[in-house]
Design a protein around this ligand. Structure first.
Ligand SMILES: [Zn+2]
Length: 290
């Protein structure tokens, strides 16, 4: 089985608020153990978390070994105050504050740094990304600082310009990447960034009745077209489902994500090898080197 390159142990795919509230005062270890069981059942032995604000993924790292799982965490994700990201991490105002957060994550045992450079897809309306993207110079500086500290960077990013900026800044992986134009796909394919498109965060919403299927189907199709063009252009992708996101379940999510790729490309040896290669690059880069 493939590894899960993007999960949030703090969420459950059902009810975000309730899932988070459980851990508000104290991390509930039994909940994490149940999730790890779900991964073990599916034969998943590698998980890269996207972080949370309550120390849940930090605790998860301590018990993952009991399940034979190699688990990596950024501890918390880092966002700029006033921009998207509060639900999974901590915020900064200035670059000095950002650097302090990077150091704090390292102190708390982070394996890599997770940054948020844009908002999320508004599933109600095709083409819309919530909030404002960070400026190119800011992203550059953030990546530079993390790399100076010897840490790889996982970047939550949507939209063409933001993806181009992130690729140029040298993020080690780009997460989501919805709504990319050809130029952005090419920039990503030409860079050493691994793209983790989390296709099922869109696909699994079809028929869930929370959003209009016609909008979701349009987002799905644009994502499929982009990942096809990306692969054709020589880019490297990896499988991550954003497990814990709405309708994406732990363990099952990564199976769904693989199926999404199979639907787009057809299941064959080359596809498997390509995805395995992406996972290997994630495993190799997203570890502490000190
Ligand atoms: Zn995520």
């Amino acid at each position: 089985m493939f590894g899960e390159c993007h999960a949030h142990m703090i969420m459950d795919g059902v009810n975000y608020r309730e899932a988070v509230a459980q851990h508000q005062n104290k991390v509930q270890e039994e909940v994490l153990r149940r999730r790890f069981e779900q991964y073990r059942e599916k034969g998943v032995s590698f998980i890269r978390d996207g972080g949370d604000a309550l120390g849940v993924s930090r605790r998860a790292k301590e018990i993952a070994g009991d399940y034979g799982i190699d688990y990596r965490t950024p501890v918390f994700a880092i966002h700029k105050v006033g921009h998207y990201g509060r639900i999974v991490g901590r915020g900064f105002h200035t670059m000095e504050e950002y650097r302090a957060l990077v150091k704090e994550a390292i102190k708390q045992g982070a394996d890599f740094i997770k940054i948020m450079t844009t908002g999320i897809v508004d599933f109600h309306t095709y083409g819309v990304i919530t909030g404002e993207a960070l400026k190119r110079e800011e992203v550059k500086e953030m990546v530079k600082i993390a790399h100076q500290e010897g840490m790889a960077v996982m970047s939550h990013t949507n939209g063409s310009q933001a993806a181009i900026d992130a690729a140029e800044a040298g993020v080690d992986s780009l997460e989501h990447g919805n709504y990319l134009n050809k130029e952005a796909v090419e920039a990503l394919a030409d860079s050493s960034t691994v793209w983790v498109p989390t296709l099922v965060t869109v696909r699994n919403l079809i028929g869930c009745s929370r959003y209009e299927d016609s909008q979701i189907e349009r987002i799905r199709e644009s994502g499929a077209e982009n990942i096809r063009y990306f692969r054709k252009s020589g880019g490297q992708a990896a499988l991550g489902s954003d497990a814990g996101a709405h309708c994406v379940y732990h363990g099952q999510g990564i199976c769904d994500e693989y199926q999404a790729f199979c639907t787009i490309f057809g299941e064959n040896r080359e596809l498997k090898d390509w995805l395995k290669q992406g996972e290997d690059r994630i495993k190799e880069k997203f570890r502490r080197c000190r």
